[in-house]
Design a protein around this ligand. Sequence first.
Ligand code: TXA
Ligand code: MG
Length: 345
Amino acid sequence: MVVLTADPINPSAEVVERAASVLSVGGTVAAPTETVYGLFAHAHSAVGCLKVFKAKRRPLDNPLIVHVDSLEMAHDVGHVPPELENVLRRIWPGPITVVMKSRGVLPNCITAGLDTVAVRAPAHPIPLAIIRKLKAPMAGPSANRAGRPSPTTAQHVIEDLAGEVDLIIDGGPTFFGVESTIIDVTKHPPVLLRPGPFTVEELEKIFGSVSVPPAARGLAEVEVALAPGMKYRHYAPETPLVVSHVDLGKAAAALEARGVKTAVLCIGDCPPVGHPLPLGEDLYQVAKNLYGVLRELDRLGVDVGLAPAVEERGIGLAIMNRLRKASVGREVRSLEELYVVLGVF
Ligand code: TXA
Ligand code: MG
């Protein structure tokens, strides 16, 4: 495994060429995107694809996102609905993945044999330069071990996948810190499969109306998962996490008084009780820091982490979705509920 550093704005030709040559012989490359780090393979390489699944311990029925450099390249792998041509020209490159009918030209490993394909053009100079050099798309999921928070730094990738990736490109921390928005445009109205940095409010301006099922808010897993990946346990730290609508200072004080060692994931000022884990001052900072903080939570050795519920608007929808998944449904609206979910009396 080789780790190379690269300037995220202007990556050197040497690093880009090295990555392209690893990918073109069926190797794997972890690299930053504007959302999270991805673990990439050449999109036409079944061997590279299998290495990605093996490194992540990812179930084979969970398909990968195909990363392109342009709308033209998207046409090669999927059927872009003609009425969306202009829309995609406007919103790509960017943190939005579009599920469309597949052309069936990619290895089954990538699409998990589905007749649809998830496509996005990342707004990050490093993957864009590699795709351009490769003259082919790169397929890839987030570069974490399956079930762990997505990596937002190269260090997170090394923690999860050391020795299992041919090349890691360290391009510094990622910009948004949560994964791309996923929208399924094979349905009418389009269905939000995963909220992300490209907000529902922005999507509604473009598509008129967008369906937001409870599962996209991170609520009650639906019977038949919308996106194959939605049925798997995601982003969950080892330490029990609780999403609290109750004031965090009050909740932490109540737990500490009952002998429960508590870490508090706080926005703005942290309360004077419990172990403070600052998330940032505003919701964009929270998104950027969230996964790093969830990883830190597990290193503290506390009994429980308390996270604040945030308003499900803008990037807040993506944050609540990730918090709900990380807390596996522990969401409380009163101290009594908090005691019940933790079994503390
Ligand atoms: O920001 C991102 O999207 C990052 C960077 C690396 O691009 N990638 C990422 O990939 O988060 P991953 O594999 O962790 O999440 C992709 C999600 C999975 O839940 C998968 O089930 C879903 O996309 N997906 C892929 N193909 C699909 C399809 N044809 N239909 C529905 N969902 C699909
Ligand atoms: Mg992932």
